[in-house]
Design a protein around this ligand. Structure first.
Ligand code: NDP
Length: 275
């Protein structure tokens, strides 16, 4: 039987699966079979983005899955070039058409791109789309504290989620604490650091003790911190492995051993300078 993924309630009452499936770098043609494998393994959250070029593949898999729409949780993201009020409305329509959906569960501003300074206008468009019922929950991605504070000066709609790079090598303590203060859920992208941390002796030792893999230990660590995670894999065995993390728990000493692996390891762009 597929593992049951528990949910977290967002600041507007919407529930998000604590573990979903990411499709960054999955070619569109391979996306439908990959997402189908994830749905069969029990995933119900799917994380895509306009810039991944595979929203159509995601839509194909969802449509042919036979799973009721309300059981799915679909996230997509506004690309940087489409920021601004009108451009956001247009980009959202295009994403929805590719996905073949009437609404998305979560829509994120992909990057703040502070040099362009359009995220507040983009957010106003997202507020409208939310009010129109086309977005169930609105959020941001890669927002640093300064970007969140600046956004909140001009809106009463607090982002439900901030999706950020987060893994044992980059633990984002400051942002996690700010999110907790503001009622924003932390969603971890590259939760496995794209594999870069999996050979850490501290992780392999914990994995051996529990009869699990390093990847499963890392995902379990995220869940115990309260993060939502969206691991990506195109490998069927790993797709199943990554969701099989709800039947064990890490102890305080194990959580502390993983906390000690934080070393400012950014594998993706720096949100302060990506424009
Ligand atoms: P992940 O940390 O999820 O790692 C994916 C990589 O790890 C792949 O190379 C995969 O290989 C490998 N892998 C997966 N599972 C295992 C396992 N059990 N054991 C060993 N290796 C494994 O990286 P991503 O960058 O893909 O991040 C996850 C998702 O986050 C993305 O797909 C995307 O949805 C989102 N994201 C969002 C960003 C943003 O700016 N908002 C930026 C980057 C990602 P293989 O596929 O070959 O099995």
């Amino acid at each position: 039987m597929a593992p049951t993924v528990t949910t977290v309630t967002l600041n507007n009452g919407v529930e998000i699966p604590r573990l979903g499936f990411g499709v960054f770098q999955v070619p569109d043609a391979e996306t439908a079979p990959t997402v189908r494998a994830a749905l069969e393994a029990g995933y119900r959250g799917i994380d895509t983005a306009a810039v991944y070029g595979n929203e159509a593949g995601v839509g194909t898999a969802l449509a042919s899955s036979g799973i009721a729409r309300q059981e799915l949780f679909v996230t997509t993201k506004l690309w940087n070039a489409d920021q601004g009020y009108d451009a956001t409305l247009r980009a959202f329509d295009a994403s929805l058409a590719k996905l073949g959906l009437e609404y998305v569960d979560l829509y994120l501003i992909h990057w703040p791109t502070p040099g362009r300074d359009l995220y507040r206008e983009s957010w106003q468009a997202i507020e409208k789309l939310t009010a129109d019922g086309r977005i169930r929950a609105a959020g941001v991605s890669n927002f640093q504290p300064a970007h969140l504070h600046r956004l909140l000066e001009s809106t009463s709609l607090v982002p439900a989620v901030n999706q950020i790079e987060l893994h044992p090598g980059l633990q984002q303590r400051e942002l996690r604490s700010l999110h907790a203060d503001l009622g924003i859920v932390t969603e971890a992208w590259s939760p496995l650091a794209q594999g870069a941390v999996l050979a850490e002796p501290a992780l392999t030792a914990i994995a051996e003790r529990h009869g699990k893999s390093s990847a499963q230990v890392v995902l379990r660590w995220h869940l115990q911190l309260g993060n939502v995670v969206i691991p990506k894999s195109v490998t069927p065995a790993r797709i199943q492995e990554n969701i099989d993390v709800f039947d064990f728990a890490l102890g305080d000493e194990e959580m502390a051993a993983i906390a000690a692996l934080d070393r400012g390891l950014r594998t993706g762009p720096d949100p302060d300078t990506l424009n």
